[in-house]
Design a protein around this ligand. Structure first.
Ligand SMILES: Nc1ncnc2c1ncn2[C@@H]1O[C@H](COP(=O)(O)OP(=O)(O)OP(=O)(O)O)[C@@H](O)[C@H]1O
Length: 307
C-alpha cells in the first residue's frame, strides 16, 4: 500500500527548549486506520499538530499526498480533516451551519446534499437545527467530526476521539470510523483506550518520550509480543511443587489451587506437552484448564516500561 503521509527525521523543540519529538520517521499508508498510542506527554498531540502544520517542525519534513506541509501548506492541509482533543465549536451555531461554514473555509463550493449526508451518517440529523450548546458531549464530538469531514478530506485525524464518551457511544463512534475507512478515508487516531486500538487499528504505533518505539501491523504485533498463559485448576491445594517442574517457572495461586504457565506463542515449542507429561509423572492431576492471551494493553505497558 502506498504512503499517504511521510514523516522524515522530524524533530520538534518548543520555545521552552523542551524537545517533544525526537527524529521521528513514520509512514501512514493510504486507506488504513493507524492508532498512535503513548502515555501522557509522549508527544502524540505534538506529532499530529506538526503533521497538520499547526506547529512548526524544528527539523525534518512532512509530506501529505506528496505535498510538503510547509512549502505547499494549502494543498497539504486541504487533504486533512482534524478533530482535536478539545471540543471547540461555536456554541450558538447549529451542526449544519458549522459544517457548511468549515467547508467554505477550505474554499470548497456549497454542497448541501453532502453536508446532509455527513450529518445523517453521524446520527446528527435530528439535531441538525439545534444550537450546539444544547447537545450532549458525545453529540458535540460528532459535530466536530462532521466539521472535519465537510471539505471531503482524504485523511482524518482523531485526537482522543472517545475521551469521556460512554461505552455505547464509543462503539457507535467505532462504527462511524470503520465506515469512513470503507469510504476510502485514511484515519489516524490517538487514544488512551487500548481496546480502541485493539478493536479498530490496522497498524499500531507506540510513541514514548518523543520517540517512536514501535510501528507494527496490529495482528503481527499481538502475535509477536503476545504471550499466552495456561492455567491449570486443581480440586485440592498443591502443597509442594516437585523440583522436576522448576524449569517451567510455574506460578502457584494463593489458595494453591491454580498453576499458571506462561509461554511464548512465537516459540517453536510451547512446552505444554512436556509440562502435562511431567505433571502426570509427579502425580499432580488437574481437573480443568484454560488459556488466555495477552492483550494489546499488556504489550503496551511492557514496551513503555522497557523503554
Ligand atoms: N507549547 C508547548 N510548550 C512547551 N512544551 C510543550 C508545549 N506543548 C506540549 N509540550 C510538552 O511536550 C510534551 C508532549 O506533549 P503532547 O501534548 O504532545 O503529549 P501527548 O502525548 O499528546 O499527551 P496526552 O496523552 O497527555 O494528551 C509534554 O511534555 C508537554 O508538556
Amino acid at each position: 500500500m502506498s504512503a499517504i503521509i511521510t514523516v522524515s527525521n522530524l524533530t520538534k523543540t518548543y520555545a521552552s527548549g523542551f524537545t517533544a519529538l525526537n527524529d521521528i520517521n513514520l509512514e501512514i499508508r493510504r486507506g488504513e486506520i493507524f492508532a498512535l498510542l503513548g502515555p501522557n506527554g509522549a508527544g502524540k498531540t505534538t506529532l499530529i499538530s506538526t503533521i497538520c502544520g499547526l506547529a512548526m517542525a524544528t527539523k525534518g519534513t512532512v509530506t501529505i499526498g506528496g505535498h510538503d506541509n510547509v512549502r505547499n501548506y494549502r494543498a497539504a492541509r486541504e487533504m486533512i480533516g482534524l478533530v482535536p482533543q478539545e471540543l471547540h465549536t461555536d456554541a450558538w451555531e447549529t451542526p449544519t451551519a458549522t459544517a457548511a461554514f468549515s467547508r467554505g473555509l477550505f474554499g470548497k463550493p456549497k454542497n448541501t446534499p453532502l453536508i446532509e449526508k455527513i450529518l445523517k451518517d453521524l446520527a446528527l440529523w435530528d439535531k441538525r437545527k439545534s444550537q450546539i450548546i444544547t447537545l450532549s458531549g458525545g453529540m458535540k464530538r460528532r459535530v466536530m467530526i462532521a466539521k472535519a469531514l465537510a471539505h471531503e478530506p482524504q485523511i482524518l485525524f482523531l485526537d482522543e476521539p472517545t475521551a469521556g464518551v460512554d461505552v455505547e457511544l464509543r462503539k457507535s463512534m467505532w462504527e462511524v470510523v470503520r465506515e469512513l475507512r470503507a469510504s476510502g478515508v485514511t484515519i489516524i487516531l490517538t487514544t488512551h483506550y487500548i481496546e480502541e486500538a485493539e478493536e479498530m487499528a490496522d497498524r499500531v504505533g507506540v510513541i514514548n518520550k518523543g520517540e517512536i518505539v514501535l510501528v507494527e501491523d496490529k495482528a503481527t504485533l499481538m502475535r509477536k509480543l503476545g504471550r499466552k498463559q495456561l492455567t491449570l485448576h486443581f480440586n485440592e491445594p498443591v502443597t509442594t511443587l516437585p523440583a522436576s517442574l522448576g524449569i517451567y517457572q510455574l506460578e502457584l495461586s494463593e489458595d494453591r489451587k491454580e498453576l499458571t504457565y506462561t509461554y511464548d506463542t512465537k516459540g517453536e515449542r510451547t512446552g505444554i506437552t512436556t509440562l502435562l507429561n511431567d505433571l502426570r509423572a509427579a502425580g499432580l492431576n488437574f481437573n480443568d484448564l484454560n488459556t488466555t492471551q495477552s492483550s494489546l494493553e499488556d504489550i503496551f505497558v511492557n514496551l513503555v516500561h522497557r523503554a
